[in-house]
Design a protein around this ligand. Sequence first.
Ligand code: G1P
Length: 272
Amino acid sequence: MIRKCLFPAAGYGTRFLPATKATPKEMLPVLTKPLIQYGVEEAIEAGIDTMAIVTGRGKRAIEDHFDISYELEHQIKGTNKEHYLHDIREVIENCTFSYTRQTQMKGLGHAILTGQTLIGNEPFAVLLADDLCDNEGNAVLKQMVDLYEKYQCCIVAIEEVPKEHTNKYGVISGNEIEEGIFMIDNMVEKPEPEDAPSNLAIIGRYILTPDIFDIIKDTNPGKGGEIQITDALLTQAKKAMVLGFKFKGVRFDCGSIDGFVEATNHFYNKSK
Ligand code: G1P
């Protein structure tokens, strides 16, 4: 049973400056909803009710967003504008939020390790809000939670990317044991195309078992001098089993301007 979802949200969002100078990148809206709220709603759809958020300096707006604003409630109550608050009220009522701060940016592996204090000793999901996913059927995280029930091991979401883009992702290779499910035998963080083991890229959805924390502690800095979850998961894959899962749905890289615009158009057309 997966009850908790970790959201690494301490990054600077440099690519969106100046918008991200005083606003966390996770709070940038696609239409009217901040990126991180899409992520939280996806986690709720997967049956998760405990959100563990790893923040950093300048990220207080995230905490305020997932809290009641009494002034706003007072102003809007009983007016024809009340429906604007419907979705966020549902989120606040249906889950709990806890926060911890990452004081130094030492990579995604380090951010996940920072969240250990909020997760404890149980399997958990990790969602990177930059990767915005949508699907007509089950949400991506729900698909992964269902797969976890069957295999009880670490799982990463994967998708095929053009070979020339492998240097933007963690890339896996493995043996396809069921349609779209790979038993991973290699994974490399941001390899150049000529060094990539395949074109199957990791996207920002993971199910992790709590033994990953000790593995991260023993993982040396890798690509970019940062502690990479990709490297820790390769150790896990060699010791036990890690699955790559080709999810059903679309995914937008909202860490890039192009992906952000595509996501905006997608959700705008959907809302029509
Ligand atoms: C992180 C991971 C990478 C993964 C990507 C998915 O990279 O390190 O393995 O493919 O997220 O979005 P980042 O985009 O944070 O540099």
